[in-house]
Design a binder for this molecule. Sequence first.
Ligand SMILES: Nc1nc2c(ncn2[C@@H]2O[C@H](COP(=O)(O)OP(=O)(O)O)[C@@H](O)[C@H]2O)c(=O)[nH]1
Ligand SMILES: [Mg+2]
Length: 451
Amino acid sequence: MTDSQAPTLYALSSGRGPAGVAVIRMSGPAVRSALQAVFGRVPAPRAAAYGALRDADGSILDRGLVLFFPAPRSFTGDDVAEFQVHGGRAVVAALLRRLGGLPGLVAAPAGAFTRRAFENGRMDLTAVEGLADLVQAETEAQRRQALRLAEGAFGQGAMRWRADLLAARAAVEADLDFAEEEDVPGSVADDGLARVTAVRAEMERVLADGGRGERIRDGFQVVVMGPPNAGKSSLVNHLAGREVAIVTEVPGTTRDVLEVHLDLEGLPVVLVDTAGLRDSDDRVEQEGVRRARSRAGVADVILWLDPDGGAPPSDLLAGVGVRPEGGDPGNGGVPVIAVRSQADQLGAIESDPNRLAVSSRTGFGIDGLLDAIARVLQSKSAEPSLIAQERQRVCVAEAVEALLRAEDACAPLEVRADEIRRASQALGRLVGQVDVEEVLGAIFANFCIGK
Ligand SMILES: Nc1nc2c(ncn2[C@@H]2O[C@H](COP(=O)(O)OP(=O)(O)O)[C@@H](O)[C@H]2O)c(=O)[nH]1
Ligand SMILES: [Mg+2]
């Protein structure tokens, strides 16, 4: 299909109304003719034009602003136009109906505009993923990370690596081709292989981020643990501002793992309520305790709640490699914040200013607890990470593995050149230049219609 036969996409790009303004976008070869039909003219590029938008019989549908972005300097790389009209449902419906009746125009499925931008080389695949995350971002940390990705910070770096590897492979292959001719200096391949080592080291630095990017995207796990009846579920409900978990005075009420999503000073947090740790004959409760312990293993922070101010049991500490409160967050293990719960029941004398104490009943100490959690998570997310999701990490890790094999001095040069090629291919998949068909569907399914 040549470009002039490609369908012209149209969709409501703003949220469903009623709203003050709605934005309807078109992209494709029929944009100019559609503008002519609806607006009576094609406005000057990139300048807002105001006027009547007309139905097929000449009657006015609405008055609004029209913007025209000729190819290739548009979001998709094709001709693009946007209508800004009143955001009433009937206005939007009438304009969409009008556009749908024009020759060559088809309703855009989810992510279709971004897909055109990708196919036209306006964005690499990591930027597409960043844009999907940006639309979904709920906290400041998520917004910052997604924007960086959407602007191509990672994709551009990956393409530089790829260019370096192409040059390295060319050098190694040149050595191979001319090996018989004796007069080719052996250092040509050596130069190439030195580049390989430099690129591999850079990739390893990017990978060694402790998974921060994925955590920012998917949320930091804050796991609430403690003995039965410590008030874990009450605290989770209090922080969620709603009754997520069942609270009773019966020990062993919570048997499942419950999750609540929170925005903690801009950081996305998944607060996890768990079963109280104790030995029980009840099979369901035993399973709850098992799940609680396994969740502790992937926690970013454990909140240990105990109304008596007790410390977490040593087997829990050993089981998940936790370290005591105040430990250096940089040295591995899951940090534990020990909290005395139900502090409203403490006498003034018992309260210790150096120890966190909270009451879900009165709200006492809650701000201090949130600060303590935020401090730990901020230290974990201080340095931004380039990698935001598993797909990206897998591609870079595959490239590193191939380069490590390419660096093996015992391997024949043919094999080493081939491993460099494999690494380039993994980077090609990362930015979406090779073998992407099967991932595209999954990626664009995350988009909304109109993006
Ligand atoms: N006085 C007081 N009672 C609390 C507080 N938090 C929870 N409780 C009570 O302690 C009991 C157990 O609470 P729950 O949240 O189910 O504890 P969990 O087993 O750790 O999840 C319930 O009767 C709650 O009403 C608190 O801050 N102050
Ligand atoms: Mg509970």
